[in-house]
Design a protein around this ligand. Sequence first.
Ligand SMILES: *Cc1c(COP(=O)(O)O)cnc(C)c1O
Length: 390
Amino acid sequence: MSYRPGRQFFHAPGPTNLPERVLRAMDHVTMDFRGDAFNAVVAEAAEGLKAVYGTRHTVAVMTSSGQGAWEAAMVNTLAPGDTVLMTETGLFSDLWRQLAQKLGLNVDYLPGDWRHGADLDRVAERLHADREHRIKAVCVVHNETATGVTSRIERLRPILDDARHPALLMIDTISSAGSMPYRHDDWGIDVGVGGSQKGLMLPPGLGFNVIGPRALEIARRDDRLQRHYWDWRRMVRDDGSTHFPYTAAVHLFLGLREALRLLQEEGLDAVFARHSRLAAATRCAVEAWGLAVACLDPAEYSASVTTVLMPDGHDSEAFRARALSDFDLVLGSSLGRFSGRAFRIAHMGDLNALMLIGALGGVEMALARCGVPHRPGGVDAAMAFLAKGG
Ligand SMILES: *Cc1c(COP(=O)(O)O)cnc(C)c1O
């Protein structure tokens, strides 16, 4: 591969762009992970994580990808043969369901069309009908990264309360936290699942569990699923602070502390507003092109990724390959049911308006080069939207 001048425009939804300050923070000599200097890094990061996840409770940090944190959430709180209610939102809910089944859980999977968020009416129905309380957890993906559709997580706790149902509420926040509001305590979530490489602007390698008090109490029981690496009892001390039962990923923690500082300096509300603005600008472009976004309900638009459907007869993977080869633009691939029929524009993490305009310019030029039917002017529409200020 020969040198490609300039910056690559990276718009896949994870891993995301690494800010210079995060890169520099990780450029560090080795630290003793049982030493005072590292403890100070962990203590500061713990506070920052609590702000991002909207919690006063413990955020356990594991050396893993996001899927490891899925597994940790389940093995600590559920027992073999337990029933869990899961909602189909897209590829990520499918993968989570497969994991649950492999663990020996009985999954009641509510179907979805990949163009809407979780079907909350059906969730309510199932919970009301479950008088024996066989359902032990309700698991929902907050932001479905395959489709660019969010689910209305804040509505779940009232639904459980209304049904007087004791199931735990488990939420995948992997591509939402740090890009859009996720309020673990206010929304009454029991377990939040996170990962480092999306809105948190870090390399892959850290998995997070936000652990509410009821989930922690249940996890202390011995009759849960088999667990060792993921066992919260080895990670969470009685006072709620975290312990590392294995070598901590010190460099990722240095990056994490810095990334959390960046979020704090910008202000979380400003971070969320920036993401929703860039998402809205992206949709302006898509609409002007005459293409369709996957998400059908404006109340469920994702602030972190937009999935764009290709016109029939045009292969989205060939289009993505062209965007990369001709313009050094990395777009997200089509996944699962959308295979070959969609591409994804990620706008999460370390990103500003001009970076987005550059990426949209690349999309528009690649559409033209691939002969994909569209109207020109998408970039203009996005610029007009962003020029309005605010
Ligand atoms: C990326 C992602 C995952 C998987 O995370 P990995 O780090 O790849 O294991 C799970 N859920 C959602 C919503 C994601 O976006």
